[in-house]
Structure formats: C-alpha cells, structure tokens
Design a protein around this ligand. Structure first.
Ligand SMILES: [Mg+2]
Length: 401
C-alpha cells in the first residue's frame, strides 16, 4: 500500500508573521530583511510584494528599485522559530509522524490516520482550521498531499499561495509533466545545467533517458533522477520524533565588501563556530562541508568537500571552508557562509589521539557554559573583534548555501 504524505509550507512565512503581529503591515508589500537593511537581502517578501516582482534573496536596493512602495522590515528570527514550534505542535495533534523540513515547512505521514486520500483532504482542511485558530488569519499555509515526500513537496509548490492539492499515485506522471525540472526539490541549477547538456529539458525526456546514461553522468544520483522522473522517492519515510535538521549553516553579509583575508577568515571562523555549536548541541556530526561566497557583483560560488572523519568542531569546519574560500578571493567579497550536511548522530567516541581528546574535553566544557549562559559566553581570540548580528536570513534549519 502506498503512503499518504502531507507537505505543509507556510506562505511568505516571515512576512506573514509580521503582518499577523502588526495590522499596519497587512495588505502591503513588505520585505523582511536582516538588521543591516542597506546591505541585506530580502529574506521573505509578502504576497503583495511578490506580486509586484520582489523575489526572495533579492538585494534590498534592487527590490526597492522594482517596488518603491516596498516596506523593509528587520526580521526577528527568534519569533519565527517560536511560531515554528507552535505549528509543529499543532501537526502533532493529528499524527506523531511529523518531520520539520525547514523553518516553515514540515512533512506529515498520515497514512494510518487518514486511511485514504479523501480522508487526507479532510484532515488537511482541519489542520488549516487549527492553524487559523492558533496563529491567526494572516499566517496561511499551502498543502500538498501525495504518496511520498518528494511528490508532496512538488504538489505543494504548484498551489502556492494558500492552495491545497492531492496527487494520487496514478496522477504522479501528470503532475511531473506539468512541472519544470528544477521545480523538483533535488534538481538545483548545477544538476539542471548538466541535464540540459544531455538535452534533457522535461520529465518526459528524463524518463526517456536510459538509466545507464544517467548513472554514467551522475553516478549514484542517476538512479535518484531516474526514479524521481516517475514520481518515486525511495527516501526514508517521515521521521517521527525528529526535529532533525538536514544541514546546519550560517552565512553573513559583510559590513563592507572586501578581499582582506584576515577579515574574511575572522568572519568564516565565527560562522564555523556557530555552526559547530548548534551541531554539538543537537548531537550530530557532518561529513560534508559546503562553503559559499558571494562577490560584490552578486555572482556566487559554492563548493563542497566530503571528509572521512565526521566533525562538529568549529575549527575543523573553518579549516575546510577556508581551504575552499581562499583560492576564490580574486575580487571583493560581499557574503561568506558555510553549511555542514550528511549528518549522523555523534557516537561520541573518544578520539585515539591525545591532542584531539584534549580538544574534545575543552569543547565539552565550553559547550556546557553556552548551555548555561547563552552563546555569547565565550569567543575565540581569533574572532574577538567580530560582532555577528543575528539576522532573519541567518536563522536556518536547512540553510542552503
Ligand atoms: Mg514557505
């Protein structure tokens, strides 16, 4: 029997939270930004702003140019995180199988509770009613229902904002045929480019491409692409009891563009420490580190490294990401960031090497200080002059850099 998965995605999340909180902002084009608005990007645009052409990740000056009536509003990451816990608690009323996917998206497995797709639609409407009761009229959600996570998310994309759609197993191919390749979560710009190079521009063409050819080009990802073209998703089911993130990441727009290595090192180190701390707090280690640079002209570059020994140590994360960033510093940098993925639970196996064991115990001691007194309680000498301001776009569950 197939499963019944709901993907629930809040519409223009940060913006609608602010519109709910402040009636003055309702019905108006607003853009949620970081604290330093001049240099920030739009983390979320309200539905009204999107209609006027403002897009997520657009720089504030570009957004203002396109939409002069845009109201820029500094985001409040803690508030968004708090409300996230509230809506996930609502989902828990319906099923224990709730998996947060990002700060405003969750998967719910309601196979047992809903019994069939008709029941699922009914449940989705009940969830919407509960959200309205708890969070107000202005924080709304789109819901996609399908036999697996991949297709539920895709279905949800097609009905934004505020839609609800059901895609039954026999309708999966139809749904895919209506979508672009990169509408699918997992086909990013790089994969898309490589698919185009193979003359694959639609899901029908992807299905027509022999699996061996895909595997030759994409290695193990070839099988995933082949399966996805048929709407199949072999990923684990919805992970109950898991508020597990898929990756941990932070990025930061610098106060001014620079290619000064000392400055960039300092920021990257500060960010790496923050990422490492969050991972250790959640008891995970990462095998893949991705570093990201955005240049003054808004072109970006990101690259990843996979390491043999998984880590959650800020120093390791820094070293790996600096190795990626350093050769890229040919022009002024506007933003740096890193993220850690391919996570596993930390078996907390003591290291074989004395020096590393000592470092581990130092980290443990520092972490318990942070638990007690908050994240500002210690700093490395190397990052002392650094003042990383919390920004709305800096709060990420699955921050993609
Ligand atoms: Mg959303």
């Amino acid at each position: 029997m197939h499963r019944i998965i709901l993907h629930i995605d809040m519409n223009s999340y940060f913006a609608s939270v602010e519109q709910q909180a402040n009636p003055f902002l309702r019905g108006k084009p607003i853009g949620i930004t970081g604290k330093d608005q001049e240099r920030s990007v739009v983390a979320t645009a309200s539905i009204e702003a999107k209609k006027l052409g403002v897009k997520t990740a657009m720089s504030t000056w570009e957004a203002k140019k396109i939409c002069p009536s845009l109201i820029l509003y500094a985001g409040d990451p803690e508030k968004y995180s708090d409300i996230m816990h509230r809506f996930n608690a609502i989902y828990q009323e319906f099923t224990p199988h709730v998996e947060p996917f990002s700060v405003d998206e969750s998967f719910l497995d309601i196979t047992e509770e809903a019994e069939d797709f008709f029941g699922a639609t009914y449940m989705a409407q009940m969830i919407r009613t509960r959200l309205k009761e708890e969070l107000g009229n202005h924080i709304t959600a789109s819901i996609g229902i399908a036999p697996n996570k991949l297709m539920a998310k895709l279905a949800c994309e097609t009905v934004k904002p505020s839609g609800l759609t059901v895609v039954q197993p026999e309708e999966l191919i139809d749904l895919l045929n209506r979508c672009k390749l990169d509408d699918l979560c997992g086909i990013g710009p790089r994969i898309l480019k490589r698919l185009h190079a193979l003359d694959i521009k639609t899901f029908a063409e992807l299905r027509a491409c022999p699996l061996e050819d895909l595997q030759r080009e994409f290695k193990s990802y070839g099988l995933w692409l082949h399966e996805a073209a048929y709407g199949r998703d072999s990923s684990q089911g919805v992970n109950a009891n898991s508020s597990d993130a898929k990756s941990y990441g932070h990025s930061y727009t610098l106060p001014e563009n620079t290619q000064d290595q000392t400055v960039l090192k300092r920021y990257l180190f500060g960010l790496a420490d923050k990422v490492g701390w969050r991972m250790r707090r959640d008891g995970v280690v990462a095998r893949r580190i991705t570093a990201h640079v955005r240049f003054g002209d808004f072109t970006s570059h990101s690259e990843q490294r996979t390491v043999n020994t998984p880590t959650a140590d800020g120093m390791d994360l820094f070293k790996i990401s600096w190795n990626i960033v350093k050769p890229l510093l040919t022009s002024d940098v506007r933003l740096v960031g890193l993220s850690a993925s391919m996570l596993t639970k930390n078996p907390s196996q003591p290291s074989l090497f004395k020096k590393e064991r000592n470092m581990q115990s130092v980290l443990c001691a520092l972490d318990s200080l942070q638990h007690r007194y908050g994240t500002g309680v210690w700093k490395r000498g190397a990052t002392l002059p650094l003042n990383l301001k919390q920004r709305s776009s800096g709060f990420h569950f699955d921050h993609e850099v």
